[in-house]
Design a protein. Sequence first.
Length: 305
Amino acid sequence: MLKRSLIFHRWGSLPGKPDFSPRDTASRLIAEVAANSDFAILDSGDAVTAVEVVEVGSGDGPTNLRLFALRGADNRPFKWDSTGSVSPISLRDHEYPADVSHVSLWPDGVCAHDYAKDVPRLSRLSLFLRRKLAIHATFDALYREDMLEKLTAMKGQMRSVEVAMTRQHGEGSGGGVFGTLVPENFGQRAPSVRFTLGMGRYGPRDMYLDEETEEQVFALAEQADDFVSNMIIRGRNHSSGRVETVNLLHERLQLPAEFPSSASVSSMPDPGDVFLALDTAYKELQRDGKIASAVQGQKMRGKGR
Protein backbone atom coordinates (compact mmCIF):
# COMPACT_ATOMS: atom_id res chain seq x y z
CA MET A 1 0.00 0.00 0.00
CA LEU A 2 1.16 3.54 -0.79
CA LYS A 3 0.83 6.01 2.08
CA ARG A 4 -0.23 9.58 1.33
CA SER A 5 -1.42 12.64 3.24
CA LEU A 6 -4.44 14.47 1.85
CA ILE A 7 -3.65 18.13 2.55
CA PHE A 8 -6.18 20.98 2.28
CA HIS A 9 -5.75 24.60 1.20
CA ARG A 10 -7.77 27.63 0.15
CA TRP A 11 -7.34 28.78 -3.43
CA GLY A 12 -7.85 32.40 -4.31
CA SER A 13 -7.02 35.29 -6.60
CA LEU A 14 -4.16 37.72 -6.27
CA PRO A 15 -5.32 41.26 -5.42
CA GLY A 16 -5.29 43.52 -8.48
CA LYS A 17 -5.28 40.56 -10.89
CA PRO A 18 -8.18 38.89 -12.75
CA ASP A 19 -10.16 36.39 -10.68
CA PHE A 20 -8.86 32.85 -10.76
CA SER A 21 -11.43 30.29 -11.98
CA PRO A 22 -10.26 26.66 -11.85
CA ARG A 23 -12.84 25.56 -14.43
CA ASP A 24 -12.06 28.32 -16.93
CA THR A 25 -8.34 27.77 -16.40
CA ALA A 26 -8.64 24.01 -16.96
CA SER A 27 -10.69 24.55 -20.15
CA ARG A 28 -8.14 27.01 -21.46
CA LEU A 29 -5.26 24.67 -20.67
CA ILE A 30 -6.99 21.82 -22.52
CA ALA A 31 -7.32 24.03 -25.60
CA GLU A 32 -3.69 25.18 -25.45
CA VAL A 33 -2.37 21.63 -25.07
CA ALA A 34 -4.60 20.39 -27.91
CA ALA A 35 -2.93 22.96 -30.18
CA ASN A 36 0.58 22.23 -28.88
CA SER A 37 1.30 19.31 -26.54
CA ASP A 38 4.51 20.97 -25.29
CA PHE A 39 2.39 23.73 -23.72
CA ALA A 40 1.76 21.35 -20.80
CA ILE A 41 5.45 21.61 -19.81
CA LEU A 42 7.18 24.51 -18.06
CA ASP A 43 10.97 24.56 -17.81
CA SER A 44 11.70 27.39 -15.37
CA GLY A 45 15.45 26.78 -15.46
CA ASP A 46 15.56 25.39 -11.92
CA ALA A 47 12.76 22.87 -12.36
CA VAL A 48 10.56 21.26 -14.99
CA THR A 49 6.82 21.07 -14.27
CA ALA A 50 3.88 19.67 -16.22
CA VAL A 51 0.14 19.96 -15.63
CA GLU A 52 -2.51 17.63 -17.02
CA VAL A 53 -6.25 18.30 -16.80
CA VAL A 54 -8.09 15.14 -15.74
CA GLU A 55 -11.57 16.61 -15.35
CA VAL A 56 -13.19 20.03 -15.64
CA GLY A 57 -15.60 20.19 -12.73
CA SER A 58 -19.33 20.74 -13.09
CA GLY A 59 -21.93 21.67 -10.49
CA ASP A 60 -20.39 21.27 -7.04
CA GLY A 61 -17.78 18.83 -8.34
CA PRO A 62 -14.05 19.60 -8.32
CA THR A 63 -11.74 20.37 -11.19
CA ASN A 64 -9.08 17.65 -11.11
CA LEU A 65 -5.48 18.03 -12.26
CA ARG A 66 -2.32 15.99 -12.21
CA LEU A 67 0.78 18.00 -11.30
CA PHE A 68 4.12 16.54 -12.36
CA ALA A 69 7.65 17.30 -11.19
CA LEU A 70 9.83 16.26 -14.12
CA ARG A 71 13.57 15.81 -14.42
CA GLY A 72 15.10 17.57 -17.40
CA ALA A 73 17.91 16.21 -19.55
CA ASP A 74 20.62 17.55 -17.22
CA ASN A 75 19.00 16.18 -14.08
CA ARG A 76 18.00 12.64 -14.98
CA PRO A 77 18.85 9.67 -12.76
CA PHE A 78 21.07 6.85 -13.99
CA LYS A 79 20.91 3.13 -13.39
CA TRP A 80 23.43 0.99 -11.52
CA ASP A 81 23.84 -2.75 -11.10
CA SER A 82 25.70 -4.89 -8.56
CA THR A 83 28.70 -5.29 -10.88
CA GLY A 84 29.35 -1.56 -10.52
CA SER A 85 28.06 -0.71 -13.97
CA VAL A 86 26.59 2.76 -14.38
CA SER A 87 24.57 3.71 -17.45
CA PRO A 88 21.87 6.19 -18.45
CA ILE A 89 18.21 5.33 -18.23
CA SER A 90 16.90 5.04 -21.75
CA LEU A 91 14.21 7.63 -22.47
CA ARG A 92 12.93 9.16 -25.66
CA ASP A 93 13.13 12.93 -26.22
CA HIS A 94 9.57 13.61 -25.04
CA GLU A 95 9.81 11.31 -21.96
CA TYR A 96 10.79 12.38 -18.44
CA PRO A 97 11.31 10.78 -15.03
CA ALA A 98 8.40 12.15 -13.01
CA ASP A 99 6.77 12.46 -9.59
CA VAL A 100 3.06 13.26 -9.46
CA SER A 101 0.55 14.91 -7.16
CA HIS A 102 -3.21 14.81 -7.71
CA VAL A 103 -4.95 18.17 -7.20
CA SER A 104 -8.68 18.81 -6.69
CA LEU A 105 -10.11 22.34 -6.71
CA TRP A 106 -13.73 22.78 -5.59
CA PRO A 107 -15.77 25.82 -6.66
CA ASP A 108 -16.13 27.07 -3.06
CA GLY A 109 -12.43 27.96 -2.80
CA VAL A 110 -11.17 24.74 -1.19
CA CYS A 111 -8.46 22.65 -2.81
CA ALA A 112 -6.50 19.58 -1.78
CA HIS A 113 -3.71 17.35 -3.02
CA ASP A 114 -2.09 14.10 -2.01
CA TYR A 115 1.37 14.44 -0.51
CA ALA A 116 4.30 12.07 -0.11
CA LYS A 117 8.06 12.37 -0.35
CA ASP A 118 9.28 13.96 -3.61
CA VAL A 119 5.81 14.79 -5.00
CA PRO A 120 5.38 18.37 -6.31
CA ARG A 121 3.72 20.97 -4.11
CA LEU A 122 1.19 23.61 -5.06
CA SER A 123 3.87 26.29 -5.46
CA ARG A 124 4.76 24.54 -8.73
CA LEU A 125 1.17 24.83 -9.92
CA SER A 126 1.10 28.53 -9.03
CA LEU A 127 4.30 29.13 -10.98
CA PHE A 128 3.06 27.11 -13.97
CA LEU A 129 -0.20 29.07 -14.18
CA ARG A 130 1.61 32.40 -13.90
CA ARG A 131 4.29 31.63 -16.48
CA LYS A 132 2.21 29.70 -19.03
CA LEU A 133 -1.24 31.31 -18.76
CA ALA A 134 -0.57 34.65 -17.00
CA ILE A 135 -3.00 33.51 -14.29
CA HIS A 136 -2.21 34.53 -10.73
CA ALA A 137 -3.60 31.99 -8.26
CA THR A 138 -2.86 31.74 -4.55
CA PHE A 139 -2.86 28.55 -2.48
CA ASP A 140 -3.06 29.26 1.23
CA ALA A 141 -2.41 26.45 3.69
CA LEU A 142 -5.21 25.49 6.08
CA TYR A 143 -4.50 24.58 9.70
CA ARG A 144 -6.56 23.13 12.50
CA GLU A 145 -8.50 25.75 14.41
CA ASP A 146 -6.54 25.52 17.66
CA MET A 147 -3.15 25.95 15.97
CA LEU A 148 -3.52 29.74 15.69
CA GLU A 149 -4.56 29.90 19.34
CA LYS A 150 -1.40 28.01 20.32
CA LEU A 151 0.89 30.33 18.35
CA THR A 152 -0.91 33.50 19.42
CA ALA A 153 -0.63 32.43 23.07
CA MET A 154 3.17 32.47 22.77
CA LYS A 155 3.49 35.61 20.63
CA GLY A 156 6.18 37.85 22.09
CA GLN A 157 7.52 34.95 24.17
CA MET A 158 8.86 32.60 21.48
CA ARG A 159 11.88 30.70 22.76
CA SER A 160 13.07 28.73 19.75
CA VAL A 161 12.24 27.42 16.29
CA GLU A 162 13.67 24.36 14.55
CA VAL A 163 13.35 24.49 10.77
CA ALA A 164 14.22 22.30 7.82
CA MET A 165 13.45 23.80 4.42
CA THR A 166 14.22 23.12 0.78
CA ARG A 167 14.25 25.62 -2.03
CA GLN A 168 12.14 23.79 -4.63
CA HIS A 169 12.70 26.22 -7.49
CA GLY A 170 14.04 29.69 -8.02
CA GLU A 171 10.74 31.60 -7.94
CA GLY A 172 8.09 31.59 -5.24
CA SER A 173 10.15 29.62 -2.74
CA GLY A 174 10.43 32.15 0.03
CA GLY A 175 13.62 33.96 -0.95
CA GLY A 176 12.85 36.82 1.44
CA VAL A 177 12.70 34.46 4.39
CA PHE A 178 15.89 32.74 3.23
CA GLY A 179 17.55 36.14 3.07
CA THR A 180 16.53 37.13 6.62
CA LEU A 181 16.83 33.93 8.65
CA VAL A 182 19.54 32.39 6.44
CA PRO A 183 22.10 34.42 4.45
CA GLU A 184 20.97 34.47 0.82
CA ASN A 185 24.31 33.32 -0.56
CA PHE A 186 24.24 30.32 1.78
CA GLY A 187 20.72 29.48 0.58
CA GLN A 188 21.98 29.49 -3.02
CA ARG A 189 24.90 27.20 -2.24
CA ALA A 190 22.85 24.84 -0.10
CA PRO A 191 19.20 24.71 -1.22
CA SER A 192 18.36 22.34 1.65
CA VAL A 193 18.88 23.92 5.07
CA ARG A 194 18.26 22.75 8.65
CA PHE A 195 18.79 25.07 11.60
CA THR A 196 17.66 26.02 15.10
CA LEU A 197 17.16 29.58 16.35
CA GLY A 198 16.67 30.17 20.05
CA MET A 199 17.85 31.12 23.48
CA GLY A 200 19.29 27.70 24.25
CA ARG A 201 18.20 25.22 26.89
CA TYR A 202 20.29 26.91 29.56
CA GLY A 203 19.76 30.50 28.46
CA PRO A 204 17.92 33.07 30.61
CA ARG A 205 14.29 32.00 30.95
CA ASP A 206 13.00 35.55 30.46
CA MET A 207 14.74 36.01 27.09
CA TYR A 208 12.85 35.49 23.84
CA LEU A 209 13.36 35.82 20.10
CA ASP A 210 13.31 39.45 18.96
CA GLU A 211 10.30 40.90 17.15
CA GLU A 212 11.85 40.80 13.64
CA THR A 213 12.87 37.16 13.99
CA GLU A 214 9.47 36.23 15.36
CA GLU A 215 7.83 37.93 12.36
CA GLN A 216 9.95 35.79 10.05
CA VAL A 217 8.97 32.67 11.98
CA PHE A 218 5.31 33.53 11.33
CA ALA A 219 6.18 34.15 7.66
CA LEU A 220 7.70 30.67 7.48
CA ALA A 221 4.61 29.22 9.11
CA GLU A 222 2.43 31.00 6.55
CA GLN A 223 4.38 29.50 3.64
CA ALA A 224 5.22 26.17 5.24
CA ASP A 225 3.55 23.95 2.68
CA ASP A 226 5.61 25.54 -0.11
CA PHE A 227 9.10 24.80 1.09
CA VAL A 228 9.30 23.88 4.79
CA SER A 229 9.73 20.17 5.47
CA ASN A 230 9.87 20.46 9.26
CA MET A 231 9.07 23.24 11.73
CA ILE A 232 8.85 23.00 15.53
CA ILE A 233 8.13 26.16 17.53
CA ARG A 234 8.58 26.50 21.30
CA GLY A 235 7.42 29.39 23.44
CA ARG A 236 5.96 30.39 26.76
CA ASN A 237 2.16 30.38 26.92
CA HIS A 238 0.93 33.73 28.27
CA SER A 239 -1.95 32.13 30.14
CA SER A 240 -0.35 29.03 31.63
CA GLY A 241 3.22 30.30 31.97
CA ARG A 242 4.47 26.97 30.64
CA VAL A 243 6.79 26.46 27.67
CA GLU A 244 4.77 24.67 24.98
CA THR A 245 5.64 23.10 21.63
CA VAL A 246 3.86 23.37 18.27
CA ASN A 247 4.88 20.97 15.50
CA LEU A 248 3.54 23.08 12.65
CA LEU A 249 3.32 20.45 9.92
CA HIS A 250 1.29 18.20 12.23
CA GLU A 251 -1.24 21.03 12.58
CA ARG A 252 -2.18 21.25 8.90
CA LEU A 253 -5.72 20.29 7.91
CA GLN A 254 -5.01 16.84 6.52
CA LEU A 255 -6.07 13.23 6.59
CA PRO A 256 -3.93 10.09 6.15
CA ALA A 257 -4.70 7.73 3.28
CA GLU A 258 -3.40 4.49 1.80
CA PHE A 259 -3.78 3.36 -1.80
CA PRO A 260 -3.02 0.19 -3.73
CA SER A 261 -0.46 0.56 -6.49
CA SER A 262 -1.62 1.41 -9.97
CA ALA A 263 -1.81 -1.58 -12.29
CA SER A 264 0.60 0.13 -14.68
CA VAL A 265 3.04 1.88 -12.28
CA SER A 266 3.79 0.18 -8.97
CA SER A 267 5.11 3.34 -7.29
CA MET A 268 2.00 5.39 -8.15
CA PRO A 269 -1.60 5.07 -6.94
CA ASP A 270 -4.42 4.89 -9.44
CA PRO A 271 -5.55 8.48 -10.16
CA GLY A 272 -9.23 7.55 -9.87
CA ASP A 273 -8.66 6.19 -6.36
CA VAL A 274 -6.89 9.36 -5.27
CA PHE A 275 -9.46 11.77 -6.67
CA LEU A 276 -12.25 9.76 -5.05
CA ALA A 277 -10.40 9.86 -1.71
CA LEU A 278 -9.85 13.61 -1.99
CA ASP A 279 -13.54 14.24 -2.68
CA THR A 280 -14.62 11.90 0.14
CA ALA A 281 -12.25 13.63 2.58
CA TYR A 282 -13.51 17.05 1.48
CA LYS A 283 -17.12 16.07 2.11
CA GLU A 284 -16.22 14.57 5.50
CA LEU A 285 -14.38 17.72 6.63
CA GLN A 286 -17.23 19.90 5.35
CA ARG A 287 -19.80 17.81 7.22
CA ASP A 288 -17.79 18.01 10.45
CA GLY A 289 -17.34 21.78 10.13
CA LYS A 290 -13.55 21.48 10.09
CA ILE A 291 -13.07 23.33 6.82
CA ALA A 292 -15.27 26.20 7.97
CA SER A 293 -13.29 26.54 11.21
CA ALA A 294 -9.84 26.00 9.67
CA VAL A 295 -7.25 28.78 9.92
CA GLN A 296 -5.64 30.14 6.76
CA GLY A 297 -1.89 30.59 6.90
CA GLN A 298 -2.11 34.33 6.24
CA LYS A 299 -4.11 34.87 9.45
CA MET A 300 -0.97 34.14 11.44
CA ARG A 301 0.29 37.63 10.66
CA GLY A 302 -3.06 39.38 10.69
CA LYS A 303 -3.45 39.28 6.91
CA GLY A 304 -6.30 36.78 6.61
CA ARG A 305 -8.78 37.36 3.84
